[in-house]
Design a protein around this ligand. Structure first.
Ligand code: SF4
Length: 324
Protein backbone atom coordinates (compact mmCIF):
# COMPACT_ATOMS: atom_id res chain seq x y z
CA UNK A 1 0.00 0.00 0.00
CA UNK A 2 1.30 3.46 -0.86
CA UNK A 3 2.28 5.61 2.07
CA UNK A 4 1.19 9.15 2.99
CA UNK A 5 3.32 10.73 5.69
CA UNK A 6 3.08 13.41 8.35
CA UNK A 7 5.20 14.64 11.23
CA UNK A 8 3.94 15.20 14.77
CA UNK A 9 5.36 18.53 15.80
CA UNK A 10 5.33 21.28 18.35
CA UNK A 11 5.21 24.74 16.78
CA UNK A 12 7.60 27.19 18.47
CA UNK A 13 7.04 30.77 17.25
CA UNK A 14 10.22 32.21 18.78
CA UNK A 15 9.34 35.75 17.69
CA UNK A 16 6.75 37.55 15.59
CA UNK A 17 9.04 40.50 14.97
CA UNK A 18 10.13 40.47 11.33
CA UNK A 19 12.05 42.75 9.01
CA UNK A 20 9.57 41.99 6.18
CA UNK A 21 6.05 43.28 5.66
CA UNK A 22 4.30 40.80 3.37
CA UNK A 23 0.86 42.07 2.37
CA UNK A 24 -0.86 38.77 3.33
CA UNK A 25 0.79 38.27 6.72
CA UNK A 26 -1.28 37.98 9.88
CA UNK A 27 1.63 36.67 11.98
CA UNK A 28 3.97 39.66 12.19
CA UNK A 29 3.93 41.94 15.26
CA UNK A 30 5.88 45.08 16.13
CA UNK A 31 6.49 44.03 19.72
CA UNK A 32 10.25 43.20 19.66
CA UNK A 33 9.52 40.22 21.92
CA UNK A 34 10.88 36.71 21.77
CA UNK A 35 10.12 33.58 23.75
CA UNK A 36 12.30 33.06 26.80
CA UNK A 37 14.19 29.76 27.28
CA UNK A 38 11.86 28.69 30.09
CA UNK A 39 8.82 29.27 27.82
CA UNK A 40 10.40 27.08 25.13
CA UNK A 41 11.24 24.46 27.74
CA UNK A 42 7.70 24.45 29.17
CA UNK A 43 6.17 24.14 25.71
CA UNK A 44 8.44 21.21 24.87
CA UNK A 45 7.66 19.57 28.22
CA UNK A 46 3.95 19.67 27.34
CA UNK A 47 4.55 18.14 23.90
CA UNK A 48 5.88 14.70 24.66
CA UNK A 49 3.94 13.06 21.82
CA UNK A 50 5.79 15.13 19.23
CA UNK A 51 9.24 14.54 17.76
CA UNK A 52 9.68 17.63 15.59
CA UNK A 53 10.46 20.95 17.26
CA UNK A 54 9.32 23.34 14.53
CA UNK A 55 10.99 26.72 14.90
CA UNK A 56 9.16 29.22 12.72
CA UNK A 57 9.55 32.93 13.34
CA UNK A 58 9.98 36.37 11.81
CA UNK A 59 13.03 37.00 9.65
CA UNK A 60 16.05 38.91 11.00
CA UNK A 61 14.20 40.51 13.94
CA UNK A 62 17.52 41.85 15.23
CA UNK A 63 17.63 44.53 12.54
CA UNK A 64 15.67 46.55 15.13
CA UNK A 65 17.63 48.22 17.95
CA UNK A 66 14.86 47.55 20.51
CA UNK A 67 15.02 43.85 19.71
CA UNK A 68 18.82 43.87 20.00
CA UNK A 69 18.55 45.56 23.40
CA UNK A 70 16.22 42.79 24.61
CA UNK A 71 18.67 40.21 23.27
CA UNK A 72 21.63 41.82 25.02
CA UNK A 73 19.72 41.71 28.31
CA UNK A 74 19.59 37.93 27.81
CA UNK A 75 23.33 37.83 27.03
CA UNK A 76 23.03 37.39 23.24
CA UNK A 77 24.67 39.42 20.49
CA UNK A 78 22.56 37.99 17.67
CA UNK A 79 19.19 36.30 17.38
CA UNK A 80 20.60 33.29 15.56
CA UNK A 81 22.85 32.52 18.56
CA UNK A 82 19.69 32.38 20.62
CA UNK A 83 17.97 30.18 17.99
CA UNK A 84 20.96 27.81 18.05
CA UNK A 85 20.69 27.52 21.85
CA UNK A 86 16.96 26.76 21.63
CA UNK A 87 17.72 24.13 18.95
CA UNK A 88 20.26 22.60 21.37
CA UNK A 89 17.74 22.66 24.21
CA UNK A 90 15.23 20.77 22.02
CA UNK A 91 17.79 18.12 21.15
CA UNK A 92 18.65 17.67 24.83
CA UNK A 93 14.94 17.12 25.50
CA UNK A 94 14.71 14.44 22.77
CA UNK A 95 13.18 16.52 19.95
CA UNK A 96 14.47 16.95 16.40
CA UNK A 97 14.57 20.64 15.42
CA UNK A 98 13.47 21.94 12.04
CA UNK A 99 14.16 25.65 11.68
CA UNK A 100 12.57 28.11 9.26
CA UNK A 101 14.61 31.26 9.82
CA UNK A 102 14.03 33.04 6.52
CA UNK A 103 16.94 34.10 4.33
CA UNK A 104 20.30 32.99 5.78
CA UNK A 105 23.91 33.27 4.63
CA UNK A 106 26.14 30.23 4.08
CA UNK A 107 27.83 30.80 7.45
CA UNK A 108 24.53 31.24 9.27
CA UNK A 109 23.21 27.97 7.82
CA UNK A 110 26.48 26.31 8.78
CA UNK A 111 26.08 27.52 12.35
CA UNK A 112 22.56 26.05 12.69
CA UNK A 113 23.11 22.84 10.73
CA UNK A 114 24.62 20.71 13.57
CA UNK A 115 21.53 21.33 15.72
CA UNK A 116 18.83 20.80 13.10
CA UNK A 117 17.54 17.57 11.56
CA UNK A 118 16.32 19.60 8.59
CA UNK A 119 15.66 23.22 7.71
CA UNK A 120 13.26 25.09 5.48
CA UNK A 121 12.57 28.17 3.43
CA UNK A 122 9.54 28.61 1.22
CA UNK A 123 10.62 29.89 -2.17
CA UNK A 124 7.01 31.18 -2.42
CA UNK A 125 7.43 32.41 -5.99
CA UNK A 126 10.63 32.88 -8.00
CA UNK A 127 9.34 36.18 -9.38
CA UNK A 128 8.96 39.66 -7.91
CA UNK A 129 5.40 40.31 -6.71
CA UNK A 130 3.57 43.38 -5.45
CA UNK A 131 2.72 41.67 -2.11
CA UNK A 132 6.46 41.50 -1.37
CA UNK A 133 7.21 45.13 -2.17
CA UNK A 134 8.17 45.88 1.46
CA UNK A 135 9.88 42.54 2.12
CA UNK A 136 13.61 42.54 1.36
CA UNK A 137 13.79 38.88 2.40
CA UNK A 138 11.33 37.89 -0.33
CA UNK A 139 13.64 38.86 -3.17
CA UNK A 140 13.69 35.66 -5.26
CA UNK A 141 17.48 35.76 -5.75
CA UNK A 142 18.04 35.91 -1.96
CA UNK A 143 15.80 32.93 -1.36
CA UNK A 144 17.29 30.91 -4.19
CA UNK A 145 20.77 31.61 -2.80
CA UNK A 146 19.73 30.35 0.66
CA UNK A 147 18.25 27.14 -0.79
CA UNK A 148 21.41 26.54 -2.85
CA UNK A 149 23.68 27.17 0.13
CA UNK A 150 21.67 24.65 2.17
CA UNK A 151 22.36 22.20 -0.67
CA UNK A 152 26.09 22.90 -0.57
CA UNK A 153 25.98 22.17 3.18
CA UNK A 154 23.95 18.94 2.67
CA UNK A 155 21.06 20.13 4.85
CA UNK A 156 17.86 18.09 4.23
CA UNK A 157 15.56 20.84 3.08
CA UNK A 158 11.90 21.80 2.81
CA UNK A 159 10.77 24.45 0.41
CA UNK A 160 7.58 25.25 -1.40
CA UNK A 161 5.39 27.65 -3.28
CA UNK A 162 2.63 29.87 -1.98
CA UNK A 163 -0.21 29.84 -4.49
CA UNK A 164 -2.56 32.77 -5.13
CA UNK A 165 -0.48 35.76 -4.05
CA UNK A 166 -0.66 37.54 -7.40
CA UNK A 167 1.46 35.21 -9.52
CA UNK A 168 0.42 33.79 -12.90
CA UNK A 169 0.17 30.11 -13.80
CA UNK A 170 3.39 30.56 -15.76
CA UNK A 171 5.12 31.95 -12.62
CA UNK A 172 4.11 28.86 -10.65
CA UNK A 173 5.54 26.57 -13.28
CA UNK A 174 8.72 28.62 -13.42
CA UNK A 175 9.06 28.55 -9.61
CA UNK A 176 8.71 24.77 -9.55
CA UNK A 177 11.30 24.49 -12.33
CA UNK A 178 13.70 26.63 -10.29
CA UNK A 179 13.30 24.24 -7.33
CA UNK A 180 13.80 21.25 -9.63
CA UNK A 181 17.02 22.71 -11.04
CA UNK A 182 18.43 23.42 -7.58
CA UNK A 183 17.58 19.90 -6.42
CA UNK A 184 19.16 18.36 -9.50
CA UNK A 185 22.41 20.09 -8.53
CA UNK A 186 22.45 19.38 -4.79
CA UNK A 187 19.95 16.57 -4.08
CA UNK A 188 18.87 18.01 -0.73
CA UNK A 189 15.19 18.96 -1.26
CA UNK A 190 13.13 16.39 0.63
CA UNK A 191 9.73 17.98 0.10
CA UNK A 192 7.98 20.83 -1.65
CA UNK A 193 4.91 22.35 -0.02
CA UNK A 194 2.13 23.50 -2.32
CA UNK A 195 0.36 25.95 -0.04
CA UNK A 196 -2.71 27.99 -0.77
CA UNK A 197 -2.88 31.65 0.19
CA UNK A 198 -5.53 32.15 2.85
CA UNK A 199 -6.68 35.79 3.41
CA UNK A 200 -6.27 37.27 6.88
CA UNK A 201 -8.39 39.96 8.50
CA UNK A 202 -6.81 43.42 8.82
CA UNK A 203 -4.14 42.80 6.20
CA UNK A 204 -3.83 44.58 2.84
CA UNK A 205 -4.86 41.33 1.12
CA UNK A 206 -7.91 40.72 3.32
CA UNK A 207 -10.23 40.88 0.30
CA UNK A 208 -7.93 39.06 -2.12
CA UNK A 209 -9.57 35.94 -3.54
CA UNK A 210 -7.83 32.69 -2.49
CA UNK A 211 -7.02 30.12 -5.20
CA UNK A 212 -9.81 27.74 -6.15
CA UNK A 213 -9.76 24.01 -5.46
CA UNK A 214 -9.21 23.35 -9.18
CA UNK A 215 -6.22 25.70 -9.30
CA UNK A 216 -4.67 24.02 -6.27
CA UNK A 217 -5.19 20.49 -7.56
CA UNK A 218 -3.81 21.50 -10.95
CA UNK A 219 -0.74 23.03 -9.27
CA UNK A 220 -0.10 19.79 -7.34
CA UNK A 221 -0.40 17.85 -10.62
CA UNK A 222 2.03 20.17 -12.38
CA UNK A 223 4.41 20.00 -9.40
CA UNK A 224 4.36 16.20 -9.59
CA UNK A 225 5.21 16.35 -13.29
CA UNK A 226 8.03 18.86 -12.88
CA UNK A 227 9.73 17.70 -9.68
CA UNK A 228 11.97 14.62 -9.50
CA UNK A 229 10.39 11.52 -7.93
CA UNK A 230 12.58 11.71 -4.82
CA UNK A 231 11.00 15.06 -3.88
CA UNK A 232 7.73 14.56 -1.98
CA UNK A 233 4.84 16.95 -2.48
CA UNK A 234 3.26 18.21 0.70
CA UNK A 235 -0.12 19.79 1.18
CA UNK A 236 -1.12 21.34 4.53
CA UNK A 237 -4.08 19.26 5.78
CA UNK A 238 -5.62 22.16 7.70
CA UNK A 239 -5.83 24.27 4.54
CA UNK A 240 -7.48 21.71 2.27
CA UNK A 241 -10.87 20.24 3.14
CA UNK A 242 -10.92 17.29 0.76
CA UNK A 243 -7.74 15.23 0.53
CA UNK A 244 -8.85 12.93 -2.29
CA UNK A 245 -8.10 15.12 -5.35
CA UNK A 246 -4.74 16.12 -3.88
CA UNK A 247 -3.62 12.56 -3.23
CA UNK A 248 -4.81 11.62 -6.73
CA UNK A 249 -2.77 14.51 -8.11
CA UNK A 250 0.38 13.17 -6.43
CA UNK A 251 0.67 14.73 -2.96
CA UNK A 252 2.09 12.23 -0.44
CA UNK A 253 2.81 14.26 2.67
CA UNK A 254 0.59 16.20 5.06
CA UNK A 255 3.29 18.19 6.80
CA UNK A 256 3.61 18.86 10.47
CA UNK A 257 0.59 18.43 12.69
CA UNK A 258 0.55 19.58 16.27
CA UNK A 259 -1.59 18.22 19.07
CA UNK A 260 -0.61 21.04 21.44
CA UNK A 261 0.01 24.23 19.44
CA UNK A 262 -2.09 25.99 16.79
CA UNK A 263 -0.91 26.82 13.28
CA UNK A 264 0.31 30.30 14.21
CA UNK A 265 0.51 31.28 10.54
CA UNK A 266 -3.09 30.19 9.76
CA UNK A 267 -4.76 30.14 13.20
CA UNK A 268 -8.26 30.22 11.65
CA UNK A 269 -7.61 26.70 10.31
CA UNK A 270 -7.30 24.19 13.20
CA UNK A 271 -5.22 21.03 12.74
CA UNK A 272 -7.22 17.88 12.00
CA UNK A 273 -7.11 15.11 14.59
CA UNK A 274 -4.52 12.51 13.59
CA UNK A 275 -6.86 9.54 14.00
CA UNK A 276 -9.47 11.29 11.84
CA UNK A 277 -6.82 11.92 9.21
CA UNK A 278 -5.72 8.28 9.39
CA UNK A 279 -9.27 7.11 8.71
CA UNK A 280 -9.61 9.47 5.74
CA UNK A 281 -6.26 8.46 4.25
CA UNK A 282 -6.97 4.75 4.72
CA UNK A 283 -10.42 5.10 3.15
CA UNK A 284 -8.65 6.48 0.09
CA UNK A 285 -6.46 3.37 -0.11
CA UNK A 286 -3.23 4.72 1.45
CA UNK A 287 -1.41 4.02 4.72
CA UNK A 288 -0.71 6.99 7.00
CA UNK A 289 2.77 6.85 8.45
CA UNK A 290 4.55 9.17 10.84
CA UNK A 291 7.94 10.44 9.75
CA UNK A 292 10.62 12.55 11.39
CA UNK A 293 11.42 16.09 10.21
CA UNK A 294 14.28 14.45 8.30
CA UNK A 295 13.00 12.10 5.57
CA UNK A 296 13.96 8.38 5.65
CA UNK A 297 16.21 8.84 2.61
CA UNK A 298 18.42 11.33 4.46
CA UNK A 299 18.40 9.23 7.64
CA UNK A 300 19.84 6.39 5.52
CA UNK A 301 22.34 8.71 3.84
CA UNK A 302 23.50 9.93 7.26
CA UNK A 303 22.99 13.63 6.45
CA UNK A 304 23.06 14.71 10.09
CA UNK A 305 25.48 15.71 12.83
CA UNK A 306 26.47 13.56 15.82
CA UNK A 307 24.19 15.67 18.06
CA UNK A 308 21.17 15.09 15.80
CA UNK A 309 22.22 11.46 15.23
CA UNK A 310 21.89 10.67 18.95
CA UNK A 311 18.20 11.63 18.86
CA UNK A 312 17.57 9.94 15.50
CA UNK A 313 18.97 6.73 16.95
CA UNK A 314 16.28 6.78 19.64
CA UNK A 315 13.42 8.12 17.49
CA UNK A 316 13.79 6.37 14.11
CA UNK A 317 12.82 2.83 13.18
CA UNK A 318 14.92 0.66 10.87
CA UNK A 319 13.33 2.25 7.78
CA UNK A 320 13.99 5.82 8.94
CA UNK A 321 10.38 6.63 9.91
CA UNK A 322 9.33 7.42 13.46
CA UNK A 323 9.66 4.51 15.83
CA UNK A 324 6.24 3.65 17.27
S1 SF4 B 1 4.95 36.27 6.06
FE1 SF4 B 1 6.80 35.78 7.20
S2 SF4 B 1 8.37 37.01 6.22
FE2 SF4 B 1 6.41 37.92 5.61
S3 SF4 B 1 6.03 39.51 7.17
FE3 SF4 B 1 5.04 37.64 7.87
S4 SF4 B 1 6.52 36.71 9.25
FE4 SF4 B 1 7.62 38.18 7.99
Amino acid sequence: MEVVTFSRNVFIPLTRTCRNRCAYCGFRRNDYRFMKPNEVKNLLSKSKGAVEALFTFGEKPDVYEEFRRNLREMGYQSFLEFVRDMNKLSLEMGFLPHTNAGVLSFNELKMLKPYNASMGLMLEQAVELECHRDSPGKKPEERIKTIKNAGKLKIPFTTGILVGIGESRYDRIYSLEVIRDIHENYGHVQEVIVQNFSPKKNTPMEKFKPPSLDEMVETVKVAREILPRDVTIQIPPNLVKNLEPFLKAGARDLGGISEVTPDYINPEHPWPKIEELRRKVENLGFALRERLPIYPKFVKLGWFSDEVGKVIEIRADEEGYRKV
